[in-house]
Design a protein around this ligand. Structure first.
Ligand code: CA
Length: 221
């Protein structure tokens, strides 16, 4: 997720809240930075405040669409500013939320937006006996529920969305961690090990394969 909000406290709060929910979240405090980041990273959704210094939220959305970036945008508008909502949707935003809002509602809107995204996003992911429900934040192998940390869950989701494809460590990092995450060395290997201990070892399966010289692949089964 990309959060664009110039109010430092609110931006940090949203970023932290999303990470606690298992999302990778970057926070930008300027429209200019948001434009650059949204072109560089294929975000699942963008939470975009309308009132930004410099390039405002409307401009950001308009320019992204003009440049062919179709990432779902949830706009944050001022209370009762009906013209803001209309202009927001006119610039290509997918939904809006009026400030102040509850974090639960933000999450619900984001889930709806990412399900609707142009890429195929089924509500529940299934790969072989593995099942993962992003909205409920639960995962199973067969009938047994898996007890995963937020980061393990995020990593498994990345694998399941690209089952059968060899993913590089960088792709896994981009999908499950934030840009701000600096230590790009062995963190993926460590978490793949944790994940294997939870989704494979107790079941005598071997679904995450090491692809020598590339990274890892979730077997399609
Ligand atoms: Ca603002």
């Amino acid at each position: 997720m990309l959060v664009v909000e110039d109010e430092k406290k609110l931006g940090e709060l949203l970023g932290r809240g999303l990470r606690e929910e298992g999302y990778a979240a970057d926070v930008a405090d300027r429209g200019e930075a948001a434009l650059w980041m949204a072109q560089a990273v294929d975000y699942d959704a963008i939470v975009l405040d309308v009132m930004l210094p410099g390039v405002d939220g409307f401009d950001v959305c308009r320019r992204l669409r003009k440049d062919g970036v179709w990432t779902p945008v949830l706009m944050l508008t001022a209370r009762d500013a009906i013209e803001d909502r209309v202009s927001g949707l006119d610039t290509g935003a997918d939904d809006y939320l009026t400030k102040p809002f509850s974090f639960d509602e933000l999450l619900a809107r984001l889930r709806a937006l990412t399900r609707r995204a142009p890429a195929e996003r089924p509500a529940v992911l299934e790969v072989g006996a593995l099942r993962l429900d992003p909205a409920a934040h639960r995962a199973w192998r067969g009938d047994r529920e898996l007890d995963l940390s937020a980061k393990e869950f995020a990593l498994l989701e990345v694998f399941m969305r690209r089952a059968g494809v060899a993913l590089t460590r960088t792709q896994l990092l981009d999908g499950a961690w934030d840009l701000a995450f600096e230590s790009r060395s062995n963190v993926v290997d460590v978490y793949v090990r944790y994940l294997r201990q939870k989704i494979d070892r107790p079941f005598g399966t071997d679904s995450i394969e090491t692809v020598r010289g590339v990274g890892y692949r979730l077997r399609k089964e």
